[in-house]
Design a protein around this ligand. Structure first.
Ligand code: GLN
Length: 530
């Protein structure tokens, strides 16, 4: 276990599990079992999470995973305890605290999407996923920090200051959902929600040693998720274990008539799929494709593609473990993936420029008055003051890419690349059951290292973007600590559209093999705490 906690900051998170109370350290499934057995109350679990937040989240050098805390978390927890005491049959995660990415609308808390332009804005409704959390009896703790409008890979583009990685507080926790991932890794919350447009669930999970799942496009409602790029956005779980992700996905997923892209068919239980992965022989006969263009070839090819040596090493060791357990590893090629980042950074800004047009100083949030000015002057002044540099960069790029005369050359070409990427997936899934890549090319980089270099930042999404372009599901689970820096690395699995359950089974099976090989979970060994 690495002992790098950064300079001057209080030791937190995985580096100092002894500081974490037993209750705050429990995985959601273990906590849920204790709640159901009456061994602990939801109020106690909520108090433990809030105490941990108070201990590590604030102040100079604090984690800063949270932008807002729920005022009524204790009352919510007490109400669940009362229902349980009255003998009511509650859902499997009832009483478990949960952190919510600030991109999701919440009736009782501000929803800023990390932007100044929405500072203090309290939505008039809950996102469907948030409403489902409440119905299932989960206890919202607060809203988590993120890159402004989910644009970024480090959480440094938040208008409210960066989140720090609990493994090393001088480093980024990934992005855009760094707050949710850091909250889990620092034991501030047992469950969190994220959103993933190009990797914002999976890459933060990878660099914090947690689990992140981007469902099939249309598998989880986007109603009330502040849109970045509507054809790419998906809401999903961020957790410490694959089973916890399955449990949370079961709560938030499924058809929502309020989202026109929501898939109407029923889904299997993802918690059951994860439990199936924990059974003997779950990987026998599974065909796993490694992608030559994404770390699946030789170490030299991987280095040329931008992968850190230790990340590749842990990736291949994980595959070896799977092979020992009966999986077959097959190399496949996805030649169009090379163009994924380029296509994404045309499609995303195009959709974002259109989605962000609604922040017009009239309908939502901030308004900068311009005495004697026209309505256009007020809009311009508001957007100038309310948006940060990355948002402006993308709005300008997207508006340009969509303008008459350039539409076919840029947006049109990018959409054709998108089709080619989908065909690469189809060809690969004709040969294999799942595809595997490292979840991100490197471990967590340092705060400040890439924030002024947009292209370097964009390259971090190398492995995650293709899944969004094709709408396929992807999960990231910890693959180990990279030997050169002692920081977490992740392995990603992808499956065909609607085969999310397969990812839970495969993820849980590998997780079990890895945890056994490490002698305990990567985020400290919970049972030995306290
Ligand atoms: N890092 C990517 C971007 O900046 C992905 C963001 C996301 O998934 N929301 O667009």
């Amino acid at each position: 276990m690495s002992d790098t906690t950064g300079s001057g900051a209080a030791p937190v998170g995985p580096a100092s599990p002894a500081d974490v109370s037993d209750l705050a350290a429990l995985d959601a499934s273990a906590l849920a079992a204790k709640l159901a057995a009456g061994e602990v109350s939801s109020v106690e679990a909520t108090e433990a999470a809030l105490a941990r937040i108070a201990q590590v989240d604030g102040g100079e050098g604090g984690i800063h995973a949270f932008l807002h805390l729920a005022e009524r978390a204790r009352e919510t927890a007490a109400a669940i305890d009362a229902r349980r005491a009255a003998g009511e049959q509650l859902g499997p995660l009832a009483g478990v605290p949960v952190a919510i990415k600030d991109v999701l609308c919440t009736l009782d808390m501000p929803s800023t999407a990390g932007s100044r332009i929405l500072e203090g804005w309290v939505p008039p409704y809950d996102a469907t996923v948030v409403a489902r959390l409440r119905t299932a009896g989960l206890v919202p703790l607060g809203k988590t920090n993120m890159d402004e409008f989910a644009m970024g890979s480090s959480t440094e583009h938040s208008a409210y200051g960066p989140t720090r990685n609990p493994w090393d507080t001088d480093r980024i926790p990934g992005g855009s959902g760094g707050g949710s991932a850091a909250a889990l890794a620092a034991f501030e919350a047992p469950l969190a929600l994220g959103s993933d447009t190009g990797g914002s669930i999976r890459q933060p999970a990878a660099v914090t040693g947690t689990v992140g799942m981007k469902p099939t496009y249309g598998g989880v409602s986007r109603y009330g998720a502040i849109a970045l790029a509507s054809s790419l956005d998906q809401v999903g779980p961020v957790t410490r274990t694959v089973l916890d992700a399955g449990l949370l996905h079961d709560v938030i997923g499924g058809h929502d008539p309020r989202d026109s892209t929501s898939i109407p068919e029923a889904w299997p239980s993802f918690a059951e799929a994860a439990r199936a992965g924990q059974r003997e022989g779950a990987l026998a006969g599974l065909k796993v494709g490694v992608i030559r263009e994404l770390g699946g070839g030789s170490a030299a090819e991987g280095a040329e593609q931008g992968f850190q040596a230790g990340v590749l090493q842990r990736f291949h060791e994980a595959l070896d473990l799977m092979q020992t357990a009966g999986a077959e590893i097959v190399e496949v090629s996805a030649p169009s993936f090379e163009y994924a980042i380029a296509a994404y950074y045309l499609i995303l800004p195009a959709e974002a420029s259109s989605n962000l047009a609604k922040f017009d100083s009239v309908r939502f949030g901030m308004r900068v008055d311009v005495p004697g000015g026209t309505v256009e002057d007020v809009m311009a002044a508001t957007r100038e003051a309310g948006f940060g540099p990355e948002v402006k960069r993308r709005v300008i790029l997207g508006t340009y890419a969509l303008s008459a005369g350039y539409y076919d050359a840029y947006y049109g070409s990018a959409q054709k690349v998108r089709t080619l990427i989908q065909r690469d997936y189809d060809a690969a899934f004709a040969k294999v059951d799942v595809l595997a890549t490292p979840s991100a090319p490197t471990t967590a980089f340092r705060i400040g290292e890439k924030v002024d270099d947009p292209l370097a930042m964009y390259l971090n999404d190398l492995t995650t973007i293709p899944a969004n372009l094709a709408g396929v599901p992807g999960i990231s689970i910890p693959s180990g600590l990279a030997p050169e820096d002692g920081l977490p690395a992740g392995i990603q699995f992808m499956a065909p559209v609607r085969e999310d359950a397969r990812l839970y089974t495969v993820g849980a099976a590998l997780e079990q093999l890895l945890v056994d090989s490490w002698g305990g979970p990567i985020l400290g060994n919970a049972p030995t705490l306290g």
